[in-house]
Design a protein around this ligand. Structure first.
Ligand SMILES: O=C(O)CCC(=O)C1=CC=C[C@@H](O)[C@@H]1C(=O)O
Ligand SMILES: [Mg+2]
Length: 344
């Protein structure tokens, strides 16, 4: 496949409420959309898209740095032949490629090769509960479709106080059918003692796992030993030096390509986890609908039966687009015009 041309657009989409991250409350979400014009021996000329949307507080690269690196790599790719099945963007840069940039490039080029034949069967998703306990109970209380296997919610957001989390989890478990579990995410917000104490105060049988339960990752095995509560890795995977090796008590890896890297890096983590019998949850980072659609394709390819962590579009007041966009087609003019063309 030949890269015939490329453009980079920038979006700025309002969020439905200020999104609490670590230090920041985000009112609008910004990101880059890469458009590649390609010529494929079988398909002819077409358009492929990728999204680079570093998340403030979570990504190490800024939007400007991502944009600059994306420009450098697409310049190097102009007129070049690439193999969608093995394309690795690191081969086109002297610098370590930022995760968000690798995700944009490798998903734009590699996604057609990963698309499953069956894109119709619904992908299971673990809905993300946000806001106050009342907001969460309102959402679960008016649940009208099939119950998911699990909901996800954040814990350890207070100032070290365990009580609010304990009450919230107890209330939710009481309100939900017995068959529904919770996935909790502490984002490394607890000490080992706090995490252990928390588990002792809840009905741990209906907690699938706690993502990053403790502030010191090397304490995870001790956490499991003292509680028998499975844990999952998210932040741990974001260390570029990280190499997968299974640990007792590790239930799942929560893979966020925008924060971990491109298809090649994520694929190697997913396959190492699979070999070790560890679950993979593909998860989003508040990307636009374009990025979330890409992540859905990856989830179908890598972990089709696992409830994916893709319930983040509800945070947007307005979506980049509402209609399905066919592969190889150019995005409609009205969608492109909503964004700023920042490079061509
Ligand atoms: O993983 C999911 O189910 C949804 C996404 C999600 O929870 C997150 C996305 C990005 C940053 C955090 O707010 C949070 C996480 O840490 O997992
Ligand atoms: Mg997490």
């Amino acid at each position: 496949m030949e890269i015939v041309g490329s453009k980079i657009y920038q979006y700025d989409l309002p969020l439905a409420w200020p999104l609490p991250l670590k230090a920041t409350k985000l009112k609008s979400r910004q990101g880059l959309v890469l458009e590649l014009k390609v010529n494929d021996a079988d398909q002819g000329v077409g358009y492929l898209y990728g999204e680079a949307a570093p998340l403030p507080d979570f990504s190490l690269e800024s939007l400007d740095a991502a944009r600059q690196q994306l420009e450098e790599i697409v310049s190097a790719l102009a007129g070049q032949e690439v193999d969608p099945e093995s394309f690795s963007c690191q081969e086109w840069s002297d610098q370590p490629v930022y995760p968000s940039v690798a995700f944009a490039l490798e998903s734009a080029i590699g996604l057609p090769a990963l698309r499953a034949d069956d894109m119709e069967t619904a992908l299971p998703v673990a809905p993300l509960l946000t806001g106050s306990t009342a907001d969460m109970l309102k959402r679960t209380g008016s649940w009208s479709s099939c119950w998911p296997s699990a909901f996800k919610l954040k814990v350890a957001r207070g100032d070290g106080e365990l009580k609010p989390d304990v009450y919230r989890v107890r209330q939710l478990l009481e309100a939900l059918p017995e068959s529904v579990c919770l996935r909790l995410d502490a984002n490394r917000g607890w000490s080992l003692e706090q995490a252990v104490e928390f588990v002792h105060q809840i009905d741990s049988d209906r907690i699938t796992y706690i993502e990053e339960p403790v502030d010191t990752a090397s304490d995870c095995p001790a956490f499991y030993q003292q509680t028998r509560m499975p844990f999952a890795w998210d932040e741990t995977l974001q260390n570029p030096e990280f190499e997968f090796s299974p640990q007792t008590g590790l239930a799942a890896i929560v893979v966020k390509p925008t924060l971990v890297g491109g298809i090649r890096r994520c694929e190697s983590l997913v396959s190492a986890a699979r070999d070790a019998g560890i679950h993979t949850v593909i998860s989003s980072t508040f990307e636009s609908v374009l990025g979330v659609n890409t992540l859905e394709t990856l989830a179908r390819a890598w972990a089709p039966r696992e409830a994916a962590g893709l319930d983040t579009l509800t945070a947007f007041k307005q979506q980049l687009f509402d209609q399905p966009v066919a592969l190889w087609q150019r995005l409609p003019g009205a969608v492109l015009q909503q964004m700023e063309l920042v490079w061509r």
